[in-house]
Design a binder for this molecule. Structure first.
Ligand code: PLP
Length: 392
């Protein structure tokens, strides 16, 4: 027996465990201090009542012989896929039902999609990045070409004609940088991908945080995207589903490589290896797309957006360089001169009792940067920013 030795090439991720250890040690030696956590990107508001009621109803159905359901369609129930198609239509994107695949979240699909691609593909991955893109490619034994994201391009790398590509990862609004591609920038990526016959894996997990109507929420708003892009979405941050688990992936019928529809390959992959999302969860997810669900989840998103505005306002006042905050729940700030990401982490914990995430944990281009999230409590966010404002 031989193991997949590529797993041994993965770098151990000590980021969040190191943060937890440092915070616990500080808390023990300063028991009277209130520590404010703006590090991990988990939501804090509960599921909205439209979702809870829909799931309660579904639980009751499952307890009755007449309405009980066993295995469902692997790609998701039509009632949810129809709701997703209608949601896209509201934003001017027309999809076929069979182009939508319901899943237990974007993380699984972003990792699993690699099943349908050959190993010898040239993969472009931004640096810094949401770690799943990189680690899943390392697990599959692929070498990776980095797209350099930095202050000079506002952490929004653009295509370079001289670089070849087969698979391109883009995430907008971005985790960790909060940066958002505009229409022209995404058009350049789509044109490049079509020219190179590459596939864009577009992560739209934070699309509802886009407030500026001129910014694209889906890559399919861009001409030509349906022949080169797969889109991943999630209800985690948009509807508080981080613990409930539901997302969806769009694979257009017109996305064809080597004469093969990627939609057919993904369908085959899912029907072979996945048995679908629980009926109860899909009923909850469908409630998100009702007018009431949209109103209620919109209120939660607005709450987080307000936090982001408070954070952005403080940093602007202090003259700190940052990306994100307006169309994103993340703020990616430059550490004060001379501070590395971890030095700033220690400084902020000790002096302001505020916890963030060192940027270097997302790739070496994150060194000297720091991520704060807007998913916390509004009063605590204001207090954290008051403490940061008075720091030198
Ligand atoms: N994609 C990005 C960019 C994320 O930041 C996250 C979660 O933090 C995910 C995907 C995972 O989403 P899900 O909870 O649906 O698996």
């Amino acid at each position: 027996m031989k193991i997949n030795s590529h797993y041994l090439e993965l770098q151990d991720s000590y980021l969040f465990s190191t943060i937890a250890k440092k915070v616990a040690a500080f808390g023990e030696s300063h028991p009277d201090v209130e520590i404010i956590r703006m590090g991990i990107g988990d939501v804090t508001l509960p599921l909205c009542s439209a979702v809870v009621e829909a799931m309660q109803k579904a639980v009751a159905e499952m307890g009755q012989k007449e309405s009980f359901r066993g295995y469902g369609p692997e790609q998701g129930y039509d009632f949810l896929r129809e709701a997703i198609v209608a949601y896209y239509a509201e934003h001017g994107v027309s999809l076929e039902l069979e182009e939508v695949f319901v899943s237990d979240g974007a993380k699984s699909d972003v990792g699993n999609i690699l099943d349908i691609f050959a190993r010898d593909n040239q993969v472009l991955i931004p640096n810094p990045v949401y770690p799943v893109y990189l680690d899943t490619n390392i697990m599959a034994g692929r070498s990776v070409h980095y797209l350099q994201a930095d202050e000079s391009n506002g952490f929004l790398p653009m295509p370079e004609e001289s670089v070849d590509a087969d698979i391109i990862y883009l995430c907008s609004p971005n985790n960790p940088t909060g940066a958002v591609y505009n229409r022209q920038q995404l058009q350049a990526w789509v044109d490049y991908a079509n020219k190179k016959q590459a596939v864009i894996l577009f992560d739209a997990a934070y699309e509802t945080f886009i407030q500026d109507a001129s910014l694209p929420r889906s890559i399919y708003e861009i001409e030509g995207a349906k022949t080169c892009a797969i889109e991943f979405c999630s209800l985690s941050k948009t509807a508080g589903f981080t613990g409930t688990r539901c997302g969806y992936t769009v694979v257009p019928n017109t996305l064809v490589c080597d004469g093969t529809k990627l939609n057919r390959l993904w369908l085959r992959r899912q029907t072979t290896k996945f048995n679908g999302v629980p009926y109860i969860v899909q009923r909850g997810a469908a409630a998100v797309f009702t007018p009431e669900g949209q109103r209620q989840t919109g209120e939660a998103v607005a709450y987080y957006q307000k936090n982001a505005a408070v954070m952005a306002g403080t940093l602007q006042k202090k003259g700190v360089w940052f990306t994100g905050g307006t169309n994103s729940p993340y703020i990616w700030m430059k550490c004060p001169a001379g501070y590395s990401s971890w030095e700033y982490f220690d400084y902020l914990l000790e002096r302001a009792h505020v916890v963030g995430t060192p940027g270097v944990g997302f790739g070496e281009n994150g060194e000297g940067f720091f991520r704060l999230t807007a998913f916390g409590d509004a009063e605590k966010t204001k207090e954290a920013m008051r403490r940061i404002e008075v720091l030198g």
